[in-house]
Design a protein around this ligand. Structure first.
Ligand code: MLT
Length: 388
Protein backbone atom coordinates (compact mmCIF):
# COMPACT_ATOMS: atom_id res chain seq x y z
CA UNK A 1 0.00 0.00 0.00
CA UNK A 2 1.25 3.51 -0.80
CA UNK A 3 0.13 6.80 0.65
CA UNK A 4 1.29 10.33 0.32
CA UNK A 5 1.49 12.96 3.09
CA UNK A 6 2.43 16.38 1.72
CA UNK A 7 4.98 15.48 -0.93
CA UNK A 8 6.40 12.48 0.95
CA UNK A 9 5.41 9.04 -0.27
CA UNK A 10 5.07 6.19 2.24
CA UNK A 11 4.83 2.58 1.26
CA UNK A 12 3.60 -0.28 3.43
CA UNK A 13 4.98 -3.63 2.34
CA UNK A 14 5.52 -6.94 4.11
CA UNK A 15 8.98 -5.73 5.09
CA UNK A 16 7.56 -2.78 6.97
CA UNK A 17 5.18 -4.90 9.09
CA UNK A 18 6.26 -5.81 12.63
CA UNK A 19 8.83 -2.99 12.65
CA UNK A 20 7.29 -0.82 15.37
CA UNK A 21 5.43 1.42 12.87
CA UNK A 22 8.77 3.23 12.41
CA UNK A 23 8.30 6.51 10.62
CA UNK A 24 4.68 6.05 9.52
CA UNK A 25 2.60 9.19 10.01
CA UNK A 26 -0.64 8.61 11.94
CA UNK A 27 -1.61 12.10 13.06
CA UNK A 28 -0.53 15.60 14.03
CA UNK A 29 1.47 16.75 17.02
CA UNK A 30 1.01 20.45 17.90
CA UNK A 31 3.63 20.57 20.65
CA UNK A 32 6.92 19.39 19.17
CA UNK A 33 8.68 17.64 16.34
CA UNK A 34 11.83 15.55 16.11
CA UNK A 35 13.87 16.33 13.02
CA UNK A 36 16.41 13.61 12.15
CA UNK A 37 19.12 16.23 11.57
CA UNK A 38 18.10 19.10 13.86
CA UNK A 39 16.64 17.13 16.75
CA UNK A 40 13.87 18.23 19.08
CA UNK A 41 11.96 21.41 18.33
CA UNK A 42 9.31 22.71 20.77
CA UNK A 43 6.64 24.60 18.77
CA UNK A 44 9.25 26.04 16.41
CA UNK A 45 11.98 26.64 19.04
CA UNK A 46 15.02 24.31 19.01
CA UNK A 47 15.51 22.63 22.36
CA UNK A 48 19.05 24.02 22.52
CA UNK A 49 17.42 27.48 22.80
CA UNK A 50 14.56 26.49 25.15
CA UNK A 51 17.17 24.89 27.44
CA UNK A 52 17.97 28.40 28.70
CA UNK A 53 14.35 29.36 29.45
CA UNK A 54 12.54 29.05 32.77
CA UNK A 55 10.59 25.75 32.86
CA UNK A 56 7.27 27.56 33.16
CA UNK A 57 8.00 29.54 29.96
CA UNK A 58 8.52 26.28 28.10
CA UNK A 59 5.35 24.77 29.57
CA UNK A 60 3.45 27.89 28.52
CA UNK A 61 4.83 27.47 24.98
CA UNK A 62 3.74 23.83 24.81
CA UNK A 63 0.32 24.44 26.34
CA UNK A 64 -0.60 27.58 24.39
CA UNK A 65 1.31 26.85 21.19
CA UNK A 66 3.04 30.24 21.32
CA UNK A 67 5.72 31.98 23.35
CA UNK A 68 4.17 33.94 26.21
CA UNK A 69 5.06 37.49 27.22
CA UNK A 70 6.52 37.85 30.74
CA UNK A 71 3.09 38.97 31.96
CA UNK A 72 1.26 36.06 30.30
CA UNK A 73 3.68 33.52 31.75
CA UNK A 74 3.40 35.04 35.25
CA UNK A 75 -0.38 34.93 35.17
CA UNK A 76 -0.32 31.33 33.81
CA UNK A 77 1.91 30.30 36.75
CA UNK A 78 -0.31 32.21 39.19
CA UNK A 79 -3.34 30.28 37.90
CA UNK A 80 -1.51 26.97 38.33
CA UNK A 81 -0.52 27.88 41.88
CA UNK A 82 -4.17 28.71 42.69
CA UNK A 83 -4.94 25.02 42.22
CA UNK A 84 -3.24 24.50 45.57
CA UNK A 85 -1.38 21.45 46.78
CA UNK A 86 -2.22 17.73 46.91
CA UNK A 87 -5.04 16.77 49.28
CA UNK A 88 -4.08 15.24 52.63
CA UNK A 89 -6.02 12.08 51.65
CA UNK A 90 -3.90 11.60 48.53
CA UNK A 91 -0.67 12.19 50.45
CA UNK A 92 -1.73 9.65 53.09
CA UNK A 93 -2.56 7.11 50.35
CA UNK A 94 0.85 7.59 48.65
CA UNK A 95 2.63 7.09 51.98
CA UNK A 96 0.98 3.65 52.26
CA UNK A 97 2.27 2.40 48.88
CA UNK A 98 4.64 -0.61 49.05
CA UNK A 99 8.25 0.54 49.05
CA UNK A 100 9.25 -2.80 47.60
CA UNK A 101 7.92 -1.77 44.19
CA UNK A 102 10.00 0.16 41.63
CA UNK A 103 9.33 3.90 42.00
CA UNK A 104 7.87 4.02 38.46
CA UNK A 105 5.19 1.58 39.60
CA UNK A 106 4.48 3.82 42.59
CA UNK A 107 4.23 6.79 40.23
CA UNK A 108 1.65 5.06 38.03
CA UNK A 109 -0.30 4.07 41.15
CA UNK A 110 -0.10 7.62 42.50
CA UNK A 111 -1.45 8.98 39.18
CA UNK A 112 -4.38 6.56 39.34
CA UNK A 113 -5.13 7.70 42.89
CA UNK A 114 -4.76 11.33 41.83
CA UNK A 115 -7.84 10.82 39.65
CA UNK A 116 -9.79 9.65 42.70
CA UNK A 117 -8.84 12.63 44.85
CA UNK A 118 -8.17 15.45 42.39
CA UNK A 119 -9.75 14.48 39.06
CA UNK A 120 -12.63 16.42 37.48
CA UNK A 121 -13.15 14.09 34.47
CA UNK A 122 -12.39 17.07 32.24
CA UNK A 123 -9.28 16.70 30.09
CA UNK A 124 -8.31 20.38 30.10
CA UNK A 125 -8.94 20.93 33.81
CA UNK A 126 -7.15 17.71 34.71
CA UNK A 127 -4.21 18.63 32.46
CA UNK A 128 -3.74 21.94 34.30
CA UNK A 129 -4.10 20.22 37.70
CA UNK A 130 -1.52 17.66 36.62
CA UNK A 131 0.94 20.34 35.49
CA UNK A 132 0.40 22.26 38.76
CA UNK A 133 0.74 19.33 41.13
CA UNK A 134 2.94 16.68 39.49
CA UNK A 135 6.15 18.10 41.07
CA UNK A 136 4.64 17.55 44.54
CA UNK A 137 3.33 14.11 43.53
CA UNK A 138 6.77 12.98 42.34
CA UNK A 139 8.54 14.47 45.38
CA UNK A 140 6.06 12.58 47.63
CA UNK A 141 6.72 9.31 45.76
CA UNK A 142 10.52 9.65 45.89
CA UNK A 143 10.72 10.81 49.54
CA UNK A 144 8.39 7.99 50.56
CA UNK A 145 10.21 5.31 48.55
CA UNK A 146 13.67 6.45 49.66
CA UNK A 147 12.65 6.88 53.31
CA UNK A 148 13.74 10.54 53.21
CA UNK A 149 10.99 11.74 55.55
CA UNK A 150 7.88 13.83 55.03
CA UNK A 151 7.77 16.02 51.96
CA UNK A 152 7.91 19.74 52.80
CA UNK A 153 4.88 21.79 51.76
CA UNK A 154 5.22 23.36 48.29
CA UNK A 155 6.47 26.96 48.22
CA UNK A 156 4.75 28.51 45.21
CA UNK A 157 6.76 31.72 45.48
CA UNK A 158 9.63 29.61 44.16
CA UNK A 159 9.82 28.81 40.47
CA UNK A 160 8.33 25.57 39.08
CA UNK A 161 11.46 23.42 39.39
CA UNK A 162 12.99 25.32 42.32
CA UNK A 163 9.86 24.27 44.20
CA UNK A 164 10.44 20.63 43.20
CA UNK A 165 14.09 20.77 44.34
CA UNK A 166 12.92 22.28 47.64
CA UNK A 167 10.42 19.40 48.15
CA UNK A 168 12.95 16.65 47.38
CA UNK A 169 14.70 15.66 50.60
CA UNK A 170 17.90 14.44 48.91
CA UNK A 171 20.56 13.97 51.58
CA UNK A 172 23.98 15.62 51.18
CA UNK A 173 23.32 17.30 47.84
CA UNK A 174 24.64 20.68 46.77
CA UNK A 175 21.14 22.07 46.23
CA UNK A 176 22.33 24.75 43.85
CA UNK A 177 23.99 22.30 41.44
CA UNK A 178 21.17 19.82 41.87
CA UNK A 179 18.60 22.53 41.19
CA UNK A 180 20.41 23.60 38.02
CA UNK A 181 20.61 20.03 36.71
CA UNK A 182 16.99 19.20 37.60
CA UNK A 183 15.80 22.38 35.88
CA UNK A 184 17.62 21.40 32.67
CA UNK A 185 16.57 17.75 32.93
CA UNK A 186 12.95 18.84 33.19
CA UNK A 187 13.18 21.27 30.26
CA UNK A 188 14.75 18.69 27.96
CA UNK A 189 12.21 15.90 28.55
CA UNK A 190 8.74 17.54 28.29
CA UNK A 191 7.97 16.25 24.84
CA UNK A 192 9.56 14.34 21.95
CA UNK A 193 7.06 14.44 19.12
CA UNK A 194 3.85 12.45 19.09
CA UNK A 195 5.13 8.95 18.37
CA UNK A 196 7.48 8.05 21.23
CA UNK A 197 6.12 5.04 23.09
CA UNK A 198 4.88 6.69 26.29
CA UNK A 199 3.17 9.55 24.45
CA UNK A 200 1.59 7.24 21.90
CA UNK A 201 0.41 4.90 24.69
CA UNK A 202 -1.10 7.76 26.72
CA UNK A 203 -2.97 9.07 23.67
CA UNK A 204 -4.07 5.56 22.66
CA UNK A 205 -5.54 4.88 26.10
CA UNK A 206 -7.23 8.31 26.13
CA UNK A 207 -8.72 7.55 22.69
CA UNK A 208 -10.96 5.01 24.45
CA UNK A 209 -12.06 7.99 26.60
CA UNK A 210 -10.18 6.88 29.70
CA UNK A 211 -9.60 9.98 31.86
CA UNK A 212 -6.36 11.95 31.83
CA UNK A 213 -4.82 10.44 34.95
CA UNK A 214 -5.54 6.83 33.93
CA UNK A 215 -4.09 7.53 30.49
CA UNK A 216 -0.95 9.00 32.07
CA UNK A 217 -0.60 6.03 34.43
CA UNK A 218 -0.55 3.77 31.35
CA UNK A 219 1.90 6.12 29.62
CA UNK A 220 4.22 5.90 32.62
CA UNK A 221 4.14 2.08 32.46
CA UNK A 222 5.30 2.45 28.86
CA UNK A 223 8.03 4.88 29.90
CA UNK A 224 9.26 2.47 32.60
CA UNK A 225 10.66 -0.05 30.10
CA UNK A 226 14.43 -0.32 29.50
CA UNK A 227 14.07 0.44 25.80
CA UNK A 228 12.38 3.74 26.62
CA UNK A 229 12.65 5.83 29.82
CA UNK A 230 14.67 3.34 31.85
CA UNK A 231 17.49 3.54 29.33
CA UNK A 232 19.05 6.37 31.38
CA UNK A 233 19.43 3.93 34.30
CA UNK A 234 21.15 1.35 32.06
CA UNK A 235 23.43 3.99 30.54
CA UNK A 236 24.71 5.02 33.96
CA UNK A 237 25.33 1.35 34.78
CA UNK A 238 27.33 1.15 31.52
CA UNK A 239 29.49 4.16 32.47
CA UNK A 240 30.04 2.54 35.89
CA UNK A 241 31.03 -0.72 34.22
CA UNK A 242 33.64 1.09 32.10
CA UNK A 243 35.02 2.67 35.29
CA UNK A 244 35.01 -0.63 37.12
CA UNK A 245 36.98 -2.25 34.33
CA UNK A 246 39.40 0.58 33.52
CA UNK A 247 39.61 2.50 36.81
CA UNK A 248 38.98 6.18 37.57
CA UNK A 249 41.63 7.45 35.18
CA UNK A 250 40.36 5.67 32.11
CA UNK A 251 41.56 7.44 28.95
CA UNK A 252 40.17 7.59 25.43
CA UNK A 253 42.34 4.76 24.16
CA UNK A 254 41.22 2.46 26.99
CA UNK A 255 37.56 3.32 26.44
CA UNK A 256 37.91 2.72 22.70
CA UNK A 257 39.41 -0.73 23.33
CA UNK A 258 36.66 -1.49 25.86
CA UNK A 259 34.01 -0.72 23.20
CA UNK A 260 35.77 -2.80 20.57
CA UNK A 261 36.04 -5.78 22.93
CA UNK A 262 32.40 -5.48 23.83
CA UNK A 263 31.24 -5.35 20.22
CA UNK A 264 33.49 -8.28 19.34
CA UNK A 265 31.81 -10.24 22.14
CA UNK A 266 28.37 -9.27 20.73
CA UNK A 267 27.53 -7.37 23.90
CA UNK A 268 25.35 -4.28 24.00
CA UNK A 269 26.75 -0.77 23.97
CA UNK A 270 24.44 1.72 25.71
CA UNK A 271 23.66 5.37 25.02
CA UNK A 272 24.02 5.51 21.23
CA UNK A 273 21.46 5.65 18.43
CA UNK A 274 17.82 6.71 18.22
CA UNK A 275 14.75 5.66 16.24
CA UNK A 276 14.49 9.06 14.53
CA UNK A 277 17.68 11.08 15.09
CA UNK A 278 20.66 10.80 12.75
CA UNK A 279 22.94 13.20 14.63
CA UNK A 280 24.02 13.61 18.26
CA UNK A 281 20.84 14.22 20.24
CA UNK A 282 20.85 18.00 20.90
CA UNK A 283 19.47 17.25 24.38
CA UNK A 284 22.66 15.28 25.02
CA UNK A 285 24.76 18.16 23.61
CA UNK A 286 23.24 20.60 26.11
CA UNK A 287 23.81 18.14 28.98
CA UNK A 288 27.46 17.56 27.92
CA UNK A 289 28.00 21.33 27.97
CA UNK A 290 26.57 21.61 31.48
CA UNK A 291 28.54 18.57 32.71
CA UNK A 292 31.79 20.08 31.36
CA UNK A 293 31.00 23.38 33.07
CA UNK A 294 29.83 22.10 36.47
CA UNK A 295 31.56 18.75 37.01
CA UNK A 296 34.66 18.57 34.76
CA UNK A 297 36.57 16.46 37.31
CA UNK A 298 33.86 13.95 38.16
CA UNK A 299 35.15 10.52 37.05
CA UNK A 300 31.79 9.46 35.56
CA UNK A 301 31.60 12.70 33.57
CA UNK A 302 35.11 12.14 32.24
CA UNK A 303 34.21 8.60 31.16
CA UNK A 304 30.93 9.75 29.58
CA UNK A 305 32.89 12.38 27.61
CA UNK A 306 35.38 9.75 26.40
CA UNK A 307 32.45 7.56 25.32
CA UNK A 308 30.95 10.55 23.47
CA UNK A 309 34.19 10.99 21.55
CA UNK A 310 35.21 7.45 20.70
CA UNK A 311 31.76 5.78 20.55
CA UNK A 312 30.75 7.27 17.17
CA UNK A 313 34.18 6.49 15.66
CA UNK A 314 33.91 2.84 16.60
CA UNK A 315 30.21 2.43 15.79
CA UNK A 316 30.56 4.16 12.38
CA UNK A 317 32.73 1.26 11.26
CA UNK A 318 29.61 -0.88 11.19
CA UNK A 319 27.61 0.14 8.07
CA UNK A 320 24.43 -1.37 9.55
CA UNK A 321 24.35 1.26 12.32
CA UNK A 322 22.29 4.20 11.02
CA UNK A 323 22.93 6.47 14.00
CA UNK A 324 26.23 6.01 15.85
CA UNK A 325 25.81 9.19 17.93
CA UNK A 326 25.00 9.63 21.64
CA UNK A 327 21.39 10.03 22.70
CA UNK A 328 20.12 11.94 25.73
CA UNK A 329 20.38 8.89 28.02
CA UNK A 330 24.14 8.65 27.41
CA UNK A 331 24.73 11.54 29.81
CA UNK A 332 21.51 12.30 31.72
CA UNK A 333 22.07 9.69 34.49
CA UNK A 334 25.73 10.64 34.78
CA UNK A 335 24.97 14.33 35.26
CA UNK A 336 22.26 13.57 37.86
CA UNK A 337 24.79 11.43 39.74
CA UNK A 338 27.45 14.13 39.55
CA UNK A 339 24.90 16.65 40.86
CA UNK A 340 24.37 14.60 44.03
CA UNK A 341 21.53 12.29 43.00
CA UNK A 342 23.30 8.92 42.66
CA UNK A 343 20.03 6.97 42.76
CA UNK A 344 19.37 5.40 39.33
CA UNK A 345 15.96 4.06 40.41
CA UNK A 346 14.68 7.65 40.39
CA UNK A 347 16.03 8.69 36.98
CA UNK A 348 13.05 7.40 34.99
CA UNK A 349 10.71 9.00 37.47
CA UNK A 350 12.35 12.37 36.82
CA UNK A 351 11.87 11.70 33.11
CA UNK A 352 8.20 10.96 33.85
CA UNK A 353 7.79 14.13 35.93
CA UNK A 354 8.69 16.06 32.82
CA UNK A 355 7.15 13.90 30.07
CA UNK A 356 3.73 13.82 31.78
CA UNK A 357 3.42 17.51 30.89
CA UNK A 358 3.83 16.99 27.13
CA UNK A 359 1.65 13.89 27.08
CA UNK A 360 -1.14 15.61 29.02
CA UNK A 361 -1.10 18.55 26.58
CA UNK A 362 -1.12 16.19 23.58
CA UNK A 363 -4.08 14.31 25.08
CA UNK A 364 -5.98 17.60 25.44
CA UNK A 365 -5.28 18.30 21.76
CA UNK A 366 -6.39 14.85 20.56
CA UNK A 367 -9.49 14.70 22.75
CA UNK A 368 -10.77 18.28 22.48
CA UNK A 369 -9.20 20.06 19.52
CA UNK A 370 -8.26 17.63 16.72
CA UNK A 371 -10.53 17.23 13.70
CA UNK A 372 -12.28 20.53 14.22
CA UNK A 373 -13.02 19.77 17.89
CA UNK A 374 -14.50 16.29 17.31
CA UNK A 375 -11.34 14.64 18.62
CA UNK A 376 -9.56 11.61 17.17
CA UNK A 377 -11.42 8.28 17.10
CA UNK A 378 -10.45 5.24 19.15
CA UNK A 379 -7.09 3.81 18.03
CA UNK A 380 -7.74 0.70 15.97
CA UNK A 381 -4.99 -0.32 13.53
CA UNK A 382 -5.29 -3.39 11.34
CA UNK A 383 -3.34 -6.61 11.96
CA UNK A 384 -3.16 -9.24 9.21
CA UNK A 385 -3.84 -12.83 10.18
CA UNK A 386 -0.82 -15.11 9.73
CA UNK A 387 -0.58 -18.55 11.39
CA UNK A 388 2.63 -19.17 13.41
C1 MLT B 1 12.02 10.14 24.02
O1 MLT B 1 12.44 11.21 24.48
O2 MLT B 1 10.83 9.81 24.09
C2 MLT B 1 13.00 9.18 23.47
O3 MLT B 1 14.09 9.82 22.87
C3 MLT B 1 12.39 8.10 22.61
C4 MLT B 1 11.72 8.51 21.33
O4 MLT B 1 11.68 9.66 20.94
O5 MLT B 1 11.20 7.60 20.66
Amino acid sequence: MRYCVGNVLFEITEDTLETGMRGYPVGYCPTSKVDPEKGLIYVGYPVSEVAFWAPIEAIYLLYHGKKGSAQEVTSFYRDLVKRGSLSDELIAAIRKLPKKAHPMRLFSMALLMMETFEGKKDYREDCLTLIAKVPQLVAEVINHHAGWGDTPKPQPQLGYMENFTHMLNVPDANKQHLGEVLRLFNLLHYDHGGGNLSTFTGKAVASGLEDLFGSLAAAMCALAGPRHGRANQDCLAFVQEVQHKLGENADEKGVEQFLRDRLAAHQLVFGFGHAVLRVEDPRATVFYQMAERLFPDHPFVKTALHLRKVGPLVLKENPKISNPYPNVDAISGTILTAAGLPYPDYFTLLFGLSRCVGIAIQIVYERLEARGGKGTPIIRPKYLFKPR
